[in-house]
Design a protein around this ligand. Structure first.
Ligand code: AMP
Ligand code: GLY
Length: 417
């Protein structure tokens, strides 16, 4: 089988590397650090299966275009991608499906007075979200009413997020630990990928510093059983798929559902229409059985294989460039990659790299490398990952030292323990 992976980050490297053990893989555009990279666009590549990693090409209809020319694609069309591209559309859909979610209302340009009035009816924390894609930065959670109104004003006027913010969703603020799950959906039914992963969003240790795309991740989360995840599937994902079908949407790809475990039970926070990054890096390599065949079944609308994931633990530590997340510096030479890769249990995925004229790997983005350790236990996986991190360096390299260290986020069916 020939598989074409679309994207250039660590998530797509994890797809390409895992799939390459069983299929011929090309990745577009990929990067200097990823084998099989080609600058040819996906539409010019002839493959048996296309796997689209990031949300932007999905929202822009790349899956529709490829399907229209008779190809099998893992990833929803632009209709299903609205689950991520429009929070107002997603909230209306899950509300219609009877999924528990935070109370909300959506507003357009010229409705700042209505926003201010609606916020007065809510208790803090106040939540103000851009309707459209904002690279994970479009959500403000604050206890300050004035700040919420001012943030809403900047979003609606286009000042802070351009067109993505000209419609906003105001939500009731929820409190509790967060949890994500991943399900494969073949257009008819969704099937749980039976593992859990926890991302660390803040730049610095102990969840300090600014929000990022994710500074590291571990899987599985101790104390989270498949039965717990199945309950969330029944509560949210299965009803969502039924509602998508009712609307004539044939969703083929992954559903990444984010929940908050409140004292009133789990509530759906968001859907993403792609794998998490860096969650994919600690899940895909642990896939047992044939990943390419499973994704092809999804793409064909006939998923019969039950996904199985190894019980091994994986930890990934994100190495970021100086200045990330506000203004990442590029072009720093990366040292020590080869040494790191010789450590048993280590895999390094390239998230943002390029090569310079000397042929050396250099930083080329905010999140640069994902250093992964795999072992039977979380503690051992963590140790392996950090041993490899110690071998790698470049000027200004940033990373957290506590990925997978504080794992007492214990979540039970009632919510917070
Ligand atoms: P979203 O992109 O909608 O998942 O929001 C990003 C982050 O904002 C979530 O992971 C939560 O930490 C926070 N958040 C989103 N919605 C709410 C809410 N209704 N109440 C409290 N926090 C929220
Ligand atoms: N790591 C979170 C995301 O991919 O959205």
């Amino acid at each position: 089988m020939k598989v074409c992976v679309v994207g250039s980050g660590g998530r797509e490297h994890a797809f390409a590397k895992t799939l390459s053990t069983e299929a011929e893989v090309v990745i577009t555009p990929g990067s200097a650090g990823i084998e099989g990279s080609t600058p040819e666009p996906a539409t010019a590549i002839d493959a048996d299966l296309y796997v689209i990693g990031p949300e932007v090409p999905l929202v822009n209809g790349l899956a529709d275009e490829l399907r229209a020319s008779g190809h099998y694609v893992f990833g929803p069309g632009s209709d299903g991608a609205l689950l991520e591209a429009s929070k107002a559309w997603m909230k209306d859909l899950v509300h219609a499906a009877g999924v528990p979610t935070a109370g909300y209302a959506s507003f357009g340009e010229n409705q700042i007075e209505e926003v201010a009035g609606f916020l007065l009816t809510l208790e803090p924390p106040y939540v103000v979200k851009t309707d459209g894609l904002a690279a994970g930065k479009g959500v403000l959670v604050t206890d300050d009413y004035e700040e919420a109104v001012s943030d809403a004003r900047n979003k609606l006027s286009g000042v802070s997020f351009g067109d993505a913010g000209r419609r906003i969703v105001i939500e009731e603020g929820l409190v509790g630990p967060e949890l994500s799950l991943f399900a494969l959906c073949d257009g008819q039914q969704a099937v749980l990928i039976p593992t859990s992963a926890q991302d660390h969003k803040r730049l610095r240790d102990d969840d300090c510093g600014p929000n990022t795309g994710g500074m590291g991740c571990y899987s599985p989360m101790p104390g989270m059983s498949s039965a717990d995840l199945d309950e969330l599937m029944d509560l949210a994902v299965h009803p969502t798929v039924e509602e998508l079908k009712k609307r004539g949407i044939d969703y083929r790809g992954v559903l990444f559902a984010g929940f908050m475990m409140t004292k009133d039970g789990p509530k759906l926070l968001e859907y993403n229409v792609r794998f998490g990054d860096p969650e994919a890096q600690v899940i895909l390599p642990r896939f047992e059985g044939n990943l390419s065949e499973t994704l092809l079944e999804v793409a064909k609308g006939n998923l019969t294989t039950q996904p199985i994931v190894s019980a091994d633990a994986m930890v990934t530590v994100v190495l970021a460039s100086e200045g990330y997340p506000t203004s990442p510096r590029t072009g720093d030479v990366i040292h020590g990659m080869d040494d790191a890769k010789t450590i048993e249990g280590v895999t390094v995925f390239c998230a943002g790299v390029d090569s310079n004229i000397q042929g050396e790997l250099v930083t080329n983005g905010g999140r640069v490398l994902n250093v992964c350790g795999r072992a039977p236990t979380l503690g051992a996986a963590r140790e392996i990952a950090y041993k490899a991190v110690d071998a790698i360096s470049w000027p200004g390299m940033q990373h957290r030292t506590d990925i997978g260290a504080s794992i007492e986020t214990s979540i039970n069916r009632e919510g917070i323990k």
